[in-house]
Each structure stands twice: as C-alpha cells, then as structure tokens.
Design a protein around this ligand. Structure first.
Ligand code: GDP
Length: 443
C-alpha cells in the first residue's frame, strides 16, 4: 500500500543510522523507494526520472535538523519538490478583457469532459457569473442531450444547433449568442474520441483558431495513470492547452497524473473532479495533491509549519510548565500568537488529519471565541495572568476584568474555569503530541 511510503523510507534510513547529512550516496536507497512509490501512483516513467533528479539536487548537502529524523527530512524534500513541480499555487481561470471569457474543453471520450463542462458552469454560476454552455459534439446526439439535461439541472442555458451543423460554426454562433445574451462566460464542450484521432484534433484546432478562447482545458481522467502523460503531450503539441481538469479523483486514483500533466505541458491543473455530481468540482491545490501522492494527509504541512514557528527552547520551557501545571494565561496568549503566525485558525485546523471536515461556521465561531478570550486576558494584571487561581477565588477581580474587556462576569468566570480544566488536561496529555501546541480551551 502507498500509505506505507513513510515506513519504507524509515526502514531505508535505519540502515544508515547516525548520518547527519543527506549525501549523494546515502539517499540512493530512499530515492529508490520514492521512485517505486511514484510509479505506483501512476506518474509516468519519464516524469519520475526527471523528478528524482530534482529531488537529488535538492536533497544532497542538506544538514539533518536536530530533532528531525533523516527519513522525515527526506520526505519533506520530496514533498517540496512535488509541490514545486505541480506549480506551488492554485491558478485561477483566465478572464477576457471583455466579456465573454471563453473556455474550450478538450479531451478523450469518457474522461468526464461533458460533466466537467457542466460542473464549471455551476461553479461560475455560484460566483454570480452568467455562463453559457455550447454543445458541439455532433457525432454523438446523446452527448448533446446529456449537456442539455445537465444544463437544465443546474439552471444554465445550453446553446445547440443539432447534429447537421459544422462544430466550428456552432462554437462561433455560440459565442455570438453569449454576447447578445450578456453572458460573461462561454464553455464549449467538444467531441471526444476513444483514442487520439487526427480528425478530432484538426477540428479542435480549428475551433480554437476561430473562437480564440482564453482557456483550453484538457480534461484528464486520473484513473488513466501513465496514459495521462502521452495524452497531455499530444494535446499540448497539437492544440496548445492552457490548463487541465483532472477528473475521477474520488476513486482510487493516486493523483500521479497531476504530476505528469504539469511536468509535460508546463500548464497548471486548474480543477479536480471528485464525483459524478455536478457539485463535485474543486480548485486544484498543489500541496494537497502532493500529500495525496505521498499518501500522508496534510500532516507534512503541519510539521513544516510547526517547525517554522515553534522555537524549540520555548517549547521545552512550555512543556516543563505544562508538566508542573504552571501553564498560565501569559503562556496561553503566547500560544495564541503562535497560532496566528501559522495563518488562519481555519487553515491550520484543516491540516490536522480528521479535522478537514470541520465547517467554516465552526471555525469562525472558534476564532471569535479566541478573540474574546484574548480581550479578557488583556484586561488582567500580570499577577492574575501568572496565577489564574486567584481569579477563581476573587469575584471582584473577575468583575473588573469583565468591565475592562466589555464582557459579562459569567463569561470571565467561564474562561477561568475552562482554562483550569484545559491546564489539567494538558498536563495529562503532555507526554505525547507536538511540543508547544496545546489545545485551545473550549470556551
Ligand atoms: P465525456 O465523454 O468525456 O464527456 O464524459 P462524461 O462527462 O460523459 O463522463 C463519463 C462518465 O464519467 C460519466 O459516467 C460521469 O458520470 C463520470 N464522471 C465524470 N467525472 C467524474 C468524476 O469526477 N468522478 C467520478 N467518479 N465519475 C465521473
């Protein structure tokens, strides 16, 4: 199983215990593990070769950070290279200087092209845009019906002229229709074939020349694995693509096609399809895909952010305080600041395995609560911060804090109680977990 990559790497490093530097020779064994893993993840062989060279260059000479195992550090190098190759950032759709912006869909039959066209239309509609779908697959009447059905389902108009008109003309008239109807996006669905076929490519090229789209999006079925590389090469050489949509990532596909597509065309993956439903479209994020390819959740990013932000000496001091139940409000504020350095609370929570299902409302709620806690703590004296227990025994102090921070006394009392509870819990948990990252109180 792919999930075992980290274990395999760990095993590879065990043989090299005590090495404190990544060198050309000691990374050979781990590189082989990565190579195999990428091939298993359906990355094309040629792309793997180039990728491994990239990792080698990046890794050799790296000092192993103290407190981090060499295999972990190596995995981080692989991950960084993956993210870089896949483009680092999420790339939005290109818009035309003047409406409508045009998207030409390209790809083989059965990849999910028509579905993706409808998904994109819905995605744009949800952003208050006015899209128009255009059906040019005159070779399969069922394809036109399918687009019309999807269009009705999502409430987006579909422009079609039946099966007797030339696809180039349909596309051209579709764009003109969008202009006259005041649509700001046109999505042109095109005919696919089971295999690459010169007539199909010629027609696609002609449509492209005629309507001059901002985007030519190649729809790639992630399940096709190794084939994705050839497909991308041919379409990019013959038509020129501006990006890709990777479909069927809800299945077993490992996402290796993402790496192949990007490496071969140099063009970004813009969206991923994650199901048959029209809502199942998401923008593509290189970091998430890198984690998927490595089969490790977003936990890597978490480790990275923690490394960047947590000062080790501070963490040890804190650990000590937690163990002795001396963690106080000043430490809590410091932790809050750390959390802020890591970006938004929501972004941070999403990185924790199992927490990615958390709803935006819940995150907003938690962020609000933390802000309120911070305001109350700001109204405390130094002594109160250092000795939260005196707050428990002095209602007059709690009243003063409530007044000073614009909260009720009950809210301050609750903060103190929750804090005491959290401190006990942290003390119990302090033997495990990442240093310096205590739970926020459930205020
Ligand atoms: P086209 O021939 O390229 O236009 O492909 P279709 O849009 O007709 O899709 C082919 C099949 O793949 C249909 O059964 C779709 O429901 C299915 N499909 C499309 N996108 C996805 C996806 O992201 N996930 C899954 N599981 N199925 C998909």
């Amino acid at each position: 199983m792919f999930e075992a990559l980290s274990e395999q790497l760990e095993a590879a490093w065990k043989k090299l215990r005590g090495q404190d530097k990544l060198t050309a020779s000691n990374i050979q064994e781990p590189l082989k593990v990565v190579r195999r893993a990428l091939i298993d993840a359906d990355v094309s062989v040629q792309v793997v070769r180039e990728f491994i060279q990239g990792v080698e260059t990046r890794a050799v000479g790296k000092e192993v950070i103290s407190g981090v195992r060499p295999d972990q550090q190596f995995i981080k190098v692989v991950y960084d290279e993956l993210v870089q190759v896949m483009g680092t950032e999420q790339v939005p759709l290109i818009t035309a200087p003047q409406s409508p912006s045009i998207i030409l869909m390209a790809g083989l039959q059965g990849t999910g092209k028509t579905t993706a066209a409808a998904k994109l239309a819905l995605y744009l509609k949800k952003q208050d845009k006015k899209p128009l779908l255009v059906a040019t697959d005159i070779y399969r009447p069922a394809a036109i019906d399918q687009l019309q059905t999807l269009g009705r389902q999502i409430g987006v108009p579909v422009f079609a002229l039946g099966t007797d008109v030339n696809p180039v003309t349909i596309a051209q008239q579709g764009v003109a229709h969008a202009q006259s109807e005041g649509c700001d996006w046109v999505i042109v669905d095109t005919a696919g074939r089971l295999q690459i076929d010169q007539a199909m490519m010629g027609e696609l090229a002609q449509i492209k020349t005629t309507i001059q789209p901002q985007e030519v999006l190649l729809v790639v079925d992630a399940m096709t694995g190794q084939e994705a590389a050839n497909l991308t090469r041919t379409f990019h050489e013959q038509i020129g693509i501006t990006g890709a949509i990777l479909t069927k990532l809800d299945g077993d596909a490992r996402g290796g096609a993402a790496l192949s597509v990007r490496q071969i065309s140099g063009q970004p993956i813009k969206f991923i399809g994650t199901g048959e439903k029209v809502e199942a479209l998401q923008p593509f994020y290189p970091e998430r895909m890198a984690s998927r390819i490595l089969g490790m959740g977003d936990v890597l990013t978490l480790v990275e952010k923690a490394q960047e932000t947590v000062d080790l000496a501070d963490a040890e001091r804190l650990q000590e305080k937690i163990l002795r139940a001396q963690f106080d409000f000043s430490d809590f504020v410091q932790q809050l600041r750390l959390l802020k350095n890591m970006g938004s609370l929501g972004g941070f929570m999403k990185l924790i395995p199992g927490m990615n299902q958390i709803k935006p409302e819940q995150i907003q709620q938690a962020e609000k609560q933390l802000k309120r806690a911070e305001a109350m703590i700001n109204s405390m004296t130094t002594r109160e911060r250092q000795q939260p227990d005196i707050l428990a025994s002095h209602p007059s102090r709690r009243r003063r804090i409530a007044k000073g921070s614009g909260h009720t006394e009950a809210e301050v009392t609750k903060l103190v109680q929750d804090f005491q509870q959290m401190r006990t819990m942290m003390q119990r948990m302090s033997m495990g977990g990442l240093p310096g990252m205590g739970d926020a109180p459930n205020l």
